[in-house]
Design a protein around this ligand. Structure first.
Ligand code: PLP
Length: 625
């Protein structure tokens, strides 16, 4: 558990049990052993992997945690306003996610945020507390605005956020046409910036928001229209995954100053929306590293409440209802991707016998032979570097025709034997010195995992986001191998060679040697953004999902299993029709039968196999994974 940092990043939602298996611990006294769930799915139900396990109890727990954190801060400071969160559904629009959050947040009047027409259509259909906010962000056309206004007539607390000045006219026009009084928010471009990966979302150059002058023009315009009371919310957002709490405080202070300024100017604002940004400590280091946060959820809530209160007191304005649009922090923990390791390769594993020396063997091969004989605990780094040089020479000489194919084969086999010997020296080293990181990577095994990085971990591929990865079992057993992970796409980018670490980033992941038993890896904290951003590279489709609820006594229940996308769906999404595919294969096979390459029985079997794959899972399917 320590090796993989589970206690540090799990937030208490996962643990290692005394048998060395990972448990989800979604509520006090309840746990579900992930390996048991997978064994049931694979062995009893015959389902294929990879699969995403979703824990609705964790989602609900996160919603409660966030709201209780603000409640506690509000009580502690005697803050006179409220807190009302909204969940930005772009983070994960899954029905199960949105419904669970809406239900768990009902009594807290936790609302939703939509950033597009489609998202708004989804949000409007969701049952929510009547006071719960429905914030409409993002660029808007007339259709978007109309839908939002209709939402108000349905009794929903819909607030339309102006992201750019010209949207105000559209809103006023549509409101007049429909005869509906709008509730308006304004997104303000803070000069304060976030920290970490999404720093550019804030600051003067941000994509969204109005500057101070534009904000004042909005106020003037609404005053002219005698609609100032429609302006209810000031909205800000300085980026997702803010790593440094000081940035939050600075931004909230600036936002509250703007809020107070508007209120002093006679605008009856009610809500101060501090946006998203509440981070997730993916590596458990509690630092300002880009996949971590140097604060807890409680500190985030307390600092916001305190800062708003302090500024409001100084400016003598009433304390607003604080709104946050926390998405990542609510959803990340609830989803775990489970992938089977299907094979392992690597220089230290691809064991070949070393072909015997031939007469007239080239000197460079003889040199490598000597290196192999001389490696010791003291000199292995030096020997490794010499061998790398010799291998390079071997290949150069081969290209020039001075080394024959036989010597090349023997030289390469010797080199691999050298790597194996060096790797044995490395096993004892707790921390590999920086200059040997490369060596460690070269020596690492490649664990081939049945998943697509592009479908399941798009943020890892696109922006280098790191997620905690651990084996699901054997955690009471010292791992003896160091590995990197490769996926099954035909893309050399489909690999993971950076892993979380409490002190730094690691080039390899400690893993167990395969022993004939299935070896499963869990990719944790996957519930935010990944499901939606994933892409269909190589036509690997959406992964199967199981919704799992923990029950007393270590029992669990699989509430729902949704099979992943079938091959035909993926092909159809590219403009093909299933019937057209079948027809083409039928035609070709009939022709082949007539031509004598297929007998009727084979033709029948071919068509059956083709059909089976069309209807099958897009990932590798082995018996007894
Ligand atoms: N609100 C807005 C306007 C956003 O752009 C985002 C995402 O970047 C969020 C909320 C969600 O942020 P987070 O997932 O960091 O809570």
């Amino acid at each position: 558990a320590e090796l993989y940092g589970i206690p540090s990043w799990s937030g208490g939602w996962f643990r290692v049990n005394d048998k060395g298996h990972v448990d989800a611990t979604p509520a006090p006294g309840l746990h579900a052993t992930l390996r048991d769930v997978i064994d049931e799915l694979v062995q009893e139900r015959g389902e294929s992997l990879p699969v995403i396990l979703r824990f609705p109890q964790i989602l609900a727990g996160r919603v409660r945690q966030l709201n209780e954190a603000f409640r506690k801060a509000i009580q502690e400071y005697g803050y006179t306003g409220n807190y009302q969160g909204v969940f930005p559904i772009k983070v994960n629009q899954r029905r199960m996610v949105v419904e669970t959050i809406a239900q768990a947040g009902y009594d807290y009047a936790h609302g939703l945020e939509a950033g597009s027409k489609a998202e708004l259509a989804l949000c409007l259909a969701q049952d929510m507390h009547p006071n719960a906010l429905l914030c409409c962000n993002g660029f808007k056309d007339d259709g978007f605005i109309k839908l939002a206004l209709w939402g108000r007539t349905l009794g929903k607390n819909v607030v339309i956020t102006i992201e750019k000045y010209s949207e105000l006219d559209r809103i006023l026009k549509q409101a007049r046409a429909l005869g509906v009084k709008p509730a308006i928010g304004v997104r303000f471009k803070l000069h304060a910036r976030g920290s970490g990966m999404w720093e550019e979302s804030g600051g003067d150059q941000a994509k969204f928001g109005l500057n101070a002058y534009e904000l004042l023009r909005v106020v003037e315009r609404l005053r002219e229209e005698d609609m100032l009371d429609s302006l209810v919310m000031l909205h800000t957002h300085i980026g997702s995954q803010i790593t440094d709490i000081r940035r939050v405080k600075v931004a909230v202070r600036e936002a509250t100053q703007v809020y107070a300024g508007l209120v002093a100017d006679g605008v009856p604002l009610k809500y101060l929306n501090v946006g998203g940004g509440l981070g997730v400590d993916y590596d458990g280091s509690k630092t300002t590293f880009y996949v971590s946060t140097n604060y807890t959820m409680q500190e985030y809530a307390s600092d916001i409440v305190y800062t708003v209160q302090e500024t409001c007191k100084a400016r003598e304005v009433a304390e607003p209802t604080i709104v946050s649009e926390s998405g990542r922090a609510l959803t990340a923990h609830h989803a775990v991707l489970i992938v089977p390791v299907v094979d392992v390769t690597g220089p230290t594993l691809d064991v070949q016998a070393i072909p015997p020396a031939q007469e007239g063997q080239h000197q460079v091969v003889t040199d490598m032979e000597e290196i192999l004989g001389n490696i010791s605990g003291r000199n292995y780094r030096e020997m490794y570097n010499d061998a790398v040089g010799d291998k390079q020479t071997l290949h150069n000489l081969f290209d020039l025709g001075y080394v024959n194919l036989y010597d090349r084969a023997r030289g390469e086999a010797l080199f691999n034997a050298i790597l194996r010997k060096v790797s044995r020296q490395l096993i004892g080293e707790k921390y590999v010195p920086d200059e040997l990181e490369d060596l460690q990577k070269v020596l690492a095994d490649k664990y081939i995992c049945n998943f697509s990085l592009f479908q399941s971990l798009p943020d890892n591929w696109a922006i280098g986001a790191l997620f905690p990865i651990t084996p699901l079992s054997r955690l009471n057993e010292e791992p003896t191998r160091q590995g990197t992970l490769v996926d099954i796409t035909c893309d050399s980018d489909g690999k993971i060679e950076k892993f979380i670490d409490l002190r730094d980033v690691k080039a390899t992941l400690p893993l167990h040697a395969l022993d004939g038993d299935p070896y499963y890896l869990g990719f944790f904290l996957m519930g935010a953004y990944q499901d939606v951003l994933g892409s269909a590279h190589n036509l690997f489709g959406k992964v199967s999902e199981a919704h799992v609820t923990a029950r007393p006594g270590g029992k669990y229940h699989i509430d729902l299993f949704v099979r992943g996308q079938k091959a035909r769906r993926m092909i159809e999404s590219m403009g093909y029709e299933e019937a057209m595919l079948r027809e083409s294969i039928q035609e070709q096979s009939a022709k082949a039968r007539k031509g004598g390459t297929l007998d009727p029985l084979q033709e029948h079997e071919l068509l059956e196999d083709y059909d089976e794959e069309l209807l099958g899972y897009t990932y590798l399917e082995y018996e007894n994974e």
